[in-house]
Design a binder for this molecule. Structure first.
Ligand SMILES: CCC(=O)SCCNC(=O)CCNC(=O)[C@H](O)C(C)(C)COP(=O)(O)OP(=O)(O)OC[C@H]1O[C@@H](n2cnc3c(N)ncnc32)[C@H](O)[C@@H]1OP(=O)(O)O
Length: 305
């Protein structure tokens, strides 16, 4: 796939350890032309189903907010929004100062999955497969971003919206919100990589229950099974987005290269066999050892009391 090859070339030049990791991980993408996947072809098809947008706001602090924005359809993913998302992920991959990312839905609800109007029009199996590969590639790249990501779930995260939450490192839920893999009720299974990721988050027994029962996961259940990290309680302590930013700031405090290195070593530990993960960790260590943050900490003789 041309875009993946270009990105790979750029990464190889600029960020050695991370580029090698992505190379080992099929260039950050799961599917390429080897798998019969032609990105430009499916992009064109998806663009034929417009509506809504994916907004990206980057802040000087190193925090970005990605908003799924199609309130009149409960933030369902139109075809053009799938393409938008891929473009926003590309932008984030190239953001040298990025440390944290919050993914949210507009107008108090997360995302109601794929736009059923587009799904109906793309219901032949070939187009379905292409959309599935496109979204798996994009969400895999989202999960592999060198920054710490959080899905802020307000309202509902249904179907593909539930799958999207699993492409973030953490999930924070507002009171009254629900994550529900409704695919079974639609005569489907997950196709955006949601099952593969869910098993790694909550274990195969819980994943089987959530998918097999199309269970409505409220914040209490999500906390209990480890799907959510925290319920954003606290009327009068700011908006849910501000509370999510506060929560995330604990983990993104510090220089960008160090935060990015933390994400990279954890990601390689999560995705790679042990020997490869160890080699990647060594490479990433080499990018911060003797670096400005390291030298400054040594000079200040910091104590960790
Ligand atoms: C990857 C596989 C997938 O994601 S399959 C798609 C899975 N998602 C779904 O099946 C969601 C279906 N929608 C619903 O269950 C309800 O609309 C939910 C989200 C619970 C909201 O209910 P309620 O608060 O009563 O609002 P509503 O139904 O009047 O919806 C408002 C307008 O939004 C629309 N909407 C909602 N979801 C979608 C969707 N996924 N695709 C397209 N349109 C959607 C509704 O049709 C409704 O539109 P309208 O006002 O009737 O024009």
């Amino acid at each position: 796939m041309v875009l993946c090859a270009v990105r790979q070339h750029l990464l190889r030049g600029s960020r050695g350890a991370w580029a090698r990791f992505l190379q080992r991980q099929s260039r950050g993408c799961v599917y390429s032309s080897v798998h019969g996947f032609q990105q430009e072809e499916i992009r064109e098809k998806l663009q034929a189903f417009p509506g809504g947008s994916i907004e990206l706001l980057t802040q000087e602090s190193g925090l970005a907010v990605l908003t799924i924005n199609y309130p009149s359809r409960m933030n369902a993913f139109s075809g053009s929004m799938m393409v938008d998302l891929e473009e926003r992920v590309s932008q984030l991959e190239g953001w040298a100062d990025g440390k944290g990312l919050i993914v949210q839905g507009a107008s108090g609800t997360f995302c109601s999955g794929s736009d059923l109007n587009a799904v109906r029009a793309l219901s032949n199996s070939q187009d379905g497969m292409k959309m599935c590969m496109f979204m798996q590639n994009t969400l895999t790249r989202l999960l592999r971003l060198p920054m710490i990501s959080v899905a802020l779930v307000e309202g509902r995260a249904l179907g593909g919206g539930a799958e999207l939450t699993t492409a973030c490192d953490f999930r924070l839920m507002a009171p009254g919100s629900v994550i529900q893999f409704v695919h079974k009720h639609m005569g489907l299974v997950t196709g955006w990589g949601g099952a593969a990721r869910l098993v790694r988050i909550v274990g195969s027994q819980n994943a089987l229950k959530l998918l097999g029962g199309a269970v409505k996961v409220d914040p209490d259940l999500a906390l209990q099974i480890g799907l959510a990290e925290e319920v954003l309680q606290g009327e009068g302590t700011g908006t849910p987005l501000q509370r999510a930013e506060n929560w995330l700031s604990v983990y993104t405090k510090g220089p960008a290269p160090v935060i990015q290195a933390v994400k990279k070593v954890v990601l390689s530990g999560r995705e790679l066999p042990l020997s490869e993960a160890l080699r990647t960790e060594k490479d990433v260590f080499g990018t911060v050892w003797g670096g400005p943050a390291n030298m400054q900490a040594l000079a200040s003789k910091s104590k960790h009391r």
